[in-house]
Design a protein around this ligand. Structure first.
Ligand code: GDP
Ligand code: ZN
Length: 278
């Protein structure tokens, strides 16, 4: 039987079958690789016999096969910060995972708040506006988590735990149990646990991408992490154009023609300088 590892604690691996029944299993010595939450394994008599090839592996905490990252930010408390969103986007793009931009606490949004997101819409990012408090916008997001292995990231206080509470299939666990599990997830970073979303997706109760470090990114590759720049890259005069000071730069021309937003271009230049200083 093929199963999905939801958590690994004290030498035991909790493995879900297709119907999301969970088994507590062990590993035979034959598998030398470590098995992490998110791994697909072959089970026989509650013993893991084989580890299926991994598509990806995140570290600290180690989580396998993640393919989507929910970048969760809030309108207020803490206040929305575009530069922080861009930083998360760069990190997620570098990891070659699909970012979903989730803006929570829209019950606190003032007029004009949504204006600034047209840049992200133009760049074709998937955007979700929610109020977990008022249970708004959650269904659209939930739909797009199906068949995916998801982790959340974002600063503390934006509503990540509250959101997970809404996302996980309630019939799969008693209400009291959910909050107990979540509390444990918040207080210990060592144990990751995948919880089933109602429509077959999985979401980890521990945030991924806890580090906001971008030192592993080369200044030259930054441009590829701004999707709206892509159509212009091969039109710059110099193949190695950094889009900062070179003549005949198609990206700068696109900014002048309002095809790329000034804010996003400034953001690019800022991160470019930060990376060059490293
Ligand atoms: P986390 O640190 O990201 O896990 O955030 P929490 O889920 O612990 O939420 C932080 C605070 O924000 C709590 O007091 C929540 O009740 C509150 N909160 C969560 N979602 C919303 C929302 O949609 N609107 C408002 N106004 N508050 C919210
Ligand atoms: Zn250029």
């Amino acid at each position: 039987m093929k199963g999905f590892v939801t958590k690994a604690i004290g030498g035991f691996f909790y493995v879900a079958d297709e119907k999301e029944n969970i088994y507590r299993t062990t590993i035979r010595g034959r598998i030398r690789d470590t098995v992490y939450p998110g791994d697909y394994v072959e089970l026989k008599d509650e013993v893991i016999e084989k580890l299926y090839p991994r598509k990806s592996l995140l570290y600290r905490p180690a989580i396998a096969n993640v393919d989507q990252v929910l970048i969760v930010l809030s309108v207020a408390n803490p206040e929305f910060d575009r530069r922080l969103l861009d930083r998360f986007l760069i990190i997620v793009e570098k990891a070659e995972l699909n970012p979903l931009i989730v803006i929570n606490k829209i019950d606190l949004a003032e007029e004009g708040f949504y204006e600034q997101f047209k840049d992200y819409q133009a760049a074709d990012y998937q955007l979700y506006f929610l109020s977990v408090k008022e249970k708004k916008g959650i269904e659209d997001l939930k739909r797009d988590l199906g068949e995916h292995i998801n982790v959340l990231t974002g600063p503390s206080g934006v509503g990540k735990s509250s959101l997970i509470n809404e996302l996980v299939a309630e019939e799969k666990m008693k209400v009291g149990e959910v909050s107990k599990r979540l509390k444990r997830g918040v207080h210990t970073t060592r144990h990751v646990e995948f919880l089933a979303v109602e429509n077959r997706g999985w979401v980890a109760d521990t945030p991924g991408f806890t580090s906001l470090e971008i030192k592993h990114i080369q200044p030259e590759e930054l441009t590829y992490f701004y999707p709206e720049f892509l159509p212009f890259l091969d039109k710059c005069k110099f193949r190695t154009c950094s889009h900062t000071h070179e003549p005949n730069c198609a990206v700068k021309a696109a900014v002048n023609d309002s095809l790329i937003s000034v804010d996003r271009y400034d953001s690019y230049r800022n991160f470019y300088n930060e990376l060059q200083e490293n």
